[in-house]
Design a protein around this ligand. Structure first.
Ligand code: ATR
Length: 288
């Protein structure tokens, strides 16, 4: 146990619920390993008190905060400044102390990008299918456009939500949006392209305890998946991942994305740089 003293800087997670979060594990382990005098806790905040909580944390000299569901968009109104990528994504998960208020960042998507890089997956020039059109899928689409995906197909149960993402993306990336399409899964499967693709599972389907569900269970979809990312990390291997593997593709869960969003947030809050060896150590702890 590290010493908590009068010089210890406080950081924490703001959300509701927060009881099952892995963020304190990630940040406190990093602080201990790097000898940073920091202590990280989890703060459950009611919906009507988010603004008060952010202002209060700033007043209490917090070094930084993370923000989780359901406040990633709502918190934007309480910031002094927002990083351009977070503004494009429309969601903030990291608050960094600056003079006069917090600056908001999104480290979820850089986290996914860094996880993909560490798995040797390059987005540039790729054909990518995004399953889902909620807040997470929206952020994934923006990240893919930012990093030069060649073609992005959004498949969602509710077509209108996929169309809405495209409409927004067209405003934010006037050039990249040429590569965007939204279509129901049945329609996508009728297309006669031989090209393989990367699939990113960005819905909540298959998450514990409903582990025997997948948003699509048609082998025709999985046959052309060369790499599949499920952003879920509980269970460790989702049905989506099993189906990818059964059909010969590589499959990864969302644990590395979780790890790297925490690492990037820690780097932003403290100015430290985390090397791959430390990242691997934290990943091993998260897997336990
Ligand atoms: P988040 O912010 O985590 O993305 P969300 O906005 O509630 O959460 O989005 C959840 C996504 O999972 C949506 O794409 C949703 O599909 P709809 O837009 O049609 O609602 C998808 N989803 C959830 N349950 C589903 C199910 N049983 N079958 C198919 N898609 C589902």
């Amino acid at each position: 146990m590290r010493d908590i003293s009068g010089t210890t800087r406080i950081c924490g997670l703001l959300g509701n619920p927060v009881e099952h979060t892995k963020s304190p594990l990630i940040h406190n382990t990093l602080a201990e390993k790097l000898g940073v005098d920091l202590c990280y806790g989890a703060f459950r905040v009611d919906e009507d008190r988010v603004e008060e909580a952010v202002k209060g944390a700033y007043a209490l000299n917090f070094l930084g905060m993370n923000v989780t569901v359901p406040y990633k968009s709502r918190v934007i109104a309480s910031l002094k400044e927002i990083d351009p990528l977070a503004a494009k994504i429309g969601a903030v998960n990291t608050l960094v102390r600056t003079s006069g208020g917090f600056k908001g960042y999104n480290t979820d998507m850089p986290g996914l990008y860094r996880a993909m890089c560490s798995d040797g997956v390059d987005i540039k020039g790729e054909r990518i299918v995004v399953l889902g059109a909620g807040g997470v899928a929206r952020a994934v689409v923006m990240m893919l456009l930012e990093n030069g995906a060649k073609e992005i197909i959004i498949c969602n149960r509710t077509q209108k939500k996929a169309m809405d993402i495209i409409e927004e993306a067209e405003k934010i990336f006037p050039d990249g949006s040429k590569a965007l399409m939204a279509m129901p899964m049945d329609e996508f499967l009728m297309q006669e392209s031989a090209d393989k693709y990367i699939a990113i599972q960005a819905t909540s389907v298959g998450m514990y305890p409903k582990v025997d569900e997948a948003v699509c269970d048609n082998d025709a979809f999985y046959e052309k998946v060369k790499v599949g990312y499920d952003l879920i990390f509980n269970p460790e291997e989702t049905l989506f991942m099993k189906l990818v593997k059964k059909n010969g593709g590589k499959a990864y869960n969302g644990l590395k994305m979780l790890l790297y969003q925490g690492i990037i947030a820690f780097e932003l809050m403290t100015g430290e740089k985390i090397n791959d060896e430390t990242a691997d150590e934290i990943l091993a702890k998260l897997k336990k």
